[in-house]
Design a protein around this ligand. Sequence first.
Ligand code: ADP
Ligand code: MG
Length: 252
Amino acid sequence: MMADPMLATRSLRKAFGGIVATDNLSLEVAAGEIHAVIGPNGAGKTTLVDLLSGQLKADGGEIVFNGRRISRLKPSARSHRGLARSFQITSIFPDFTVLDNVALAVQAQSGHSFRFWRPAAGDARLYKPAGDMLARVGLEGRGGVLAGNLAHGEQRQLEIAMALATRPKMLLLDEPMAGMGIEESQSMIALLGELKSDYTMLLVEHDMDAVFALADRITVLVYGRSIATGTPADIRANADVRDAYLGTSEGE
Ligand SMILES: Nc1ncnc2c1ncn2[C@@H]1O[C@H](COP(=O)(O)OP(=O)(O)O)[C@@H](O)[C@H]1O
Ligand SMILES: [Mg+2]
């Protein structure tokens, strides 16, 4: 247990009919850490992210973020408190430019109701931070491109820029490397490593190279339950984890 986790779940539960996707789950994410959540397909990783972001309502238990209970808040209210899910705020508008997409995300955060047209091109209150966010994710120079014309990896970067536009304290990332080739994965790992100095992250990821490169701590889910939490070294050495997930050949 840590003194002041940025995020904590306590006995969180979610079932779909007879399937218990989140089973009495208690985990804590410390401020400043990258906390990876791993586990086999169907372990409940996406359900956990949905519960944290508010896309799904828990059947029981609590979620505490920054010392406040957020379990009953809507997704937008959680986002306002600084808990951002990449891909949550809005999906990308493919016919808008990259910069317009981020400006829309800035506009949505700044309290204006979300509008499905381009914000005023001259509005520096939107476009200055939008440009800053693009630079932050390595998309400077791509702002004028239609978002639909970005490469797959660049779209993932754009989604992160849009999440950053909400000025979060913490990012929830569900498989940000999915569908990426080796080079794209490498640059996403570098980006997340760079963002770590400013944002706490919960990272669901299948790519074990990414997990072991980035995570400060790892929680392993199996059938909705946490079977282990620890440092990457702890997790590698954990016999239950090796049996359940990593396979006995891991690290040998
Ligand atoms: N909307 C849903 N309706 C019914 N079952 C679901 C739903 N979402 C997830 N599940 C089930 O809950 C379990 C956990 O799924 P999920 O959270 O997507 O796992 P993971 O992301 O770890 O692969 C699985 O058995 C899945 O089939
Ligand atoms: Mg999933």
